[in-house]
Design a binder for this molecule. Structure first.
Ligand code: PLP
Length: 405
């Protein structure tokens, strides 16, 4: 047979061809390779890249999954989840978030990421706009694009939270083209937590302009000091109507690989999202759903222990990073990231956050994610979901690298 010469680019979707590769996954690939080489020489990479708890899934949750398998709970379920899990979500939202929902308001999907993707697909017509406040979690803008929409990046203020003046300007400019605003508190990558006044201000702007709020609360349990988590939907009935509360068991219970996320929203939204689920993924993994029931309903002491540990690490890393001359870093009030401004090191061959991260990895063997992937090139994201020994070692290496550059 003759050679078939196909120009794939002519056949593949322009939308997909234009999509960015996930910066965190791309970094992980590079780090895996380097780490393998270094381990053979007795060294290793300090991995501050991926947003993944270093803790193991608690035993009570693992046992619930084992029991589900032994009980042959291994078949298809309703595509948006078993009613026991939806009921556990309803109870959780009542207990933790002061929110009253019925199970018809709950949708369970394959992790928070897939739930968010289903939301975008449910809302976006071609050229519809979605407000994505910077710095943002890497997937938001790309999910909007994948659904045929336009992400509108909103600037941020000194606290790394929404710049209200810019938000209002974008709303004036794009008007009814704007369908959604994505709110992420505690925020990945900054660790910023919105207080009541800030939330009210953003929510009332959305309500006044018929913009739905996608409130991504996956880091809600990791909050430090006097900060507290407030669900946007709890601000009042009007706001609740326009808010989709997204959460997942991934970070809270160190269950990133189990792939269970959920959203609570108006039942008319859920019924449309259900069609998407029916025709795309079907149900999330059945034993994982039973594990999630135990996570939400069971003993919460492991979550409290993880939070205490994250706070100790946050305090340590925040002190170390700010003691490096030239680096500026806000105190994160939640999640497990610090987001320092490292732009004072952009000189010579280091011109941007990608160069900084690459040089840090190549010379000091420390992996951090370039801020450009989150919408601002001055910063890098450091995940402190690592043991305190690793954090100390990583900070020693970063300090030395900065002194030499
Ligand atoms: C802000 C934010 N939202 C959603 C997710 C998705 O979480 P999941 O692992 O449940 O898909 C992540 C994961 O990193 C995240 O950081």
């Amino acid at each position: 047979m003759g050679k078939i010469d196909i120009d794939m680019k002519k056949y593949l979707s322009q939308r997909v061809l234009g999509l960015e590769e996930s910066a965190t996954f791309a970094l992980e690939k590079k780090v895996d390779k380097l780490d393998g080489e270094l381990k053979a020489q007795g060294s290793y990479v300090v991995r501050f890249g991926i947003g993944q708890p270093d803790f193991n899934t608690p035993d009570n949750i693992k046992n619930a999954a084992k029991k589900a398998i032994d009980d042959n709970k291994t078949k298809y379920t309703a595509s948006t989840g078993i009613k026991e899990l939806k009921q556990a979500v309803v109870e959780k939202l009542r207990r933790d978030n002061n929110l009253e929902y019925d199970i018809e308001n709950i949708f369970v999907g394959n992790g928070g990421k897939q739930v968010l993707d289903a939301i975008m697909r449910a809302f976006i017509n071609p050229q519809d706009a979605v407000l994505v406040p910077k710095p943002y979690w890497v997937s938001y803008t790309q999910q909007v694009i994948l659904s045929g929409g336009i992400p509108l990046e909103v600037d941020f203020n000194e606290q790394l939270k929404i710049d209200i003046t810019h938000l209002k300007r974008l709303i004036k400019q794009y008007g009814s083209k704007i369908k959604l605003l994505i709110l992420n508190s505690p925020c990945n990558p900054t660790g910023a937590v919105y207080n009541l006044e800030e939330l009210k201000e953003v929510a009332s702007i959305c309500a006044g302009n018929n913009i739905f709020i996608v409130s991504d609360e996956v880091y809600e349990k990791f909050i430090f000091g006097d900060a507290r988590h407030i669900s946007a939907a709890s601000l009042g009935q009007d706001i609740k109507k326009i808010t989709l509360t997204v959460n997942a068991v991934s970070k809270t219970y160190a269950m990133t690989g189990w792939r269970i996320g959920y959203v609570a929203a108006h039942k008319d939204i859920i019924s449309q999202m259900t069609k998407i689920q029916d025709q795309s993924t079907s149900n999330p993994c059945t034993p994982a759903q039973w594990a999630a029931v135990e996570g939400l309903d069971g003993d919460q002491s492991s979550v409290e222990a993880m939070c205490r540990e994250y706070q100790l690490r946050r305090d340590y890393i925040y002190g170390r990073i700010n003691s490096i001359k030239g680096i500026r870093c806000n105190l994160p009030e939640g999640a497990f990231y610090v987001f320092p401004d490292v732009s004072c090191f952009y000189k010579g061959s280091i011109k941007n956050s990608f160069d900084f991260s690459n040089a840090l990895l190549d010379k000091a063997y420390v992996a951090v994610v370039p801020g450009a992937a989150f919408g601002d090139d001055r910063f890098v994201r450091i995940s402190y979901a690592a043991t305190i020994d690793k954090i100390k070692e990583g900070m020693d290496r970063i300090e030395k690298f900065c002194l030499e550059n």
